[in-house]
Design a protein around this ligand. Structure first.
Ligand SMILES: O=C[C@H](O)[C@H](O)[C@H](O)COP(=O)(O)O
Length: 222
């Protein structure tokens, strides 16, 4: 199977899971990226069952609206039963690195409101120790150099993502060379650096369920 076929399989499994867990009229949280895009496509045929979705990025908002799925402002929403999103890396504890597409902050906000976080990923994303994928950190532009110095003190090599501005008008530093043995501790430590909006570690609030696409089918972990 190709990587896209694996992504499609987990996206369909997630749409089936949502149909099982989210009551009619619910609002669904929707992530960002190529795997989340397949999920949006799989959600589209069920759209009349739900009130709408909350999007974790402008790209996702556009794709949802393209399918005729109403997109709600998170400030108008009290309850999201399920949030579905991809990951750049995920470990056996369902901690993740996210933000390869730069949407980490809005993703973390929508995930914080959701009852259940379902991570959808092809098998290549499952790792023993996270950090091979450079850790994205969203920073306020005027703090870029300060934050980069602090990240270097933690042992990483921060690289500014060229020609990229987040949906929030900020910059991304991609931190190379970290072996992340304490994801929760590192997530908190980086978020304490003044000028950091948030970082791409999702360990304080990991996923509740991982749907992993493999050649033998979709594995459910968690
Ligand atoms: O900012 C992007 C998100 O965190 C994505 O969920 C992540 O980069 C995975 O994307 P993809 O499904 O395209 O590999």
């Amino acid at each position: 199977m190709t990587q896209d076929e694996l992504k499609q399989a987990v996206a369909q499994a997630a749409a089936d899971y949502v149909a099982e867990k989210a009551p009619a009229g619910a609002i669904i949280g929707v992530g960002t990226g190529s795997t989340a895009n397949f999920f949006i496509d799989a959600l589209a045929p069920l759209k009349d069952r739900y009130r709408g979705a909350v999007a974790s990025s402008e790209a996702t908002r556009k794709r949802l609206e393209g399918h005729g799925i109403p997109v709600l402002d998170l400030n108008e929403v009290e309850h999201i039963p399920v949030y579905v999103d991809g990951a750049d890396e995920v470990d056996a504890g369902l901690n993740m690195i996210k933000g390869g597409g730069g949407a980490l902050t809005r993703e973390k906000i929508v995930a914080a409101v959701a009852d259940i976080f379902v991570c959808i990923a092809d098998g290549s994303k499952l790792v023993d120790t996270m950090g091979k994928f450079p850790l994205p950190v969203e920073v306020i532009p005027m703090a870029r150099a300060h934050v980069a110095r602090q990240l270097a003190k933690l042992g990483g090599k921060p690289v500014l993502r060229e020609d990229f501005v987040t949906d929030n008008g900020n910059l991304i530093l991609d931190v190379h060379g970290l072996a992340i043995t304490d994801p929760k501790g590192l997530e908190a430590q980086i978020n304490q650096i003044v000028g950091v909006v948030t970082n791409g570690l999702f360990a304080v609030r990991p996923a509740n369920l991982l749907l992993l696409g493999t050649a033998d089918g979709v594995r459910r972990i968690g």
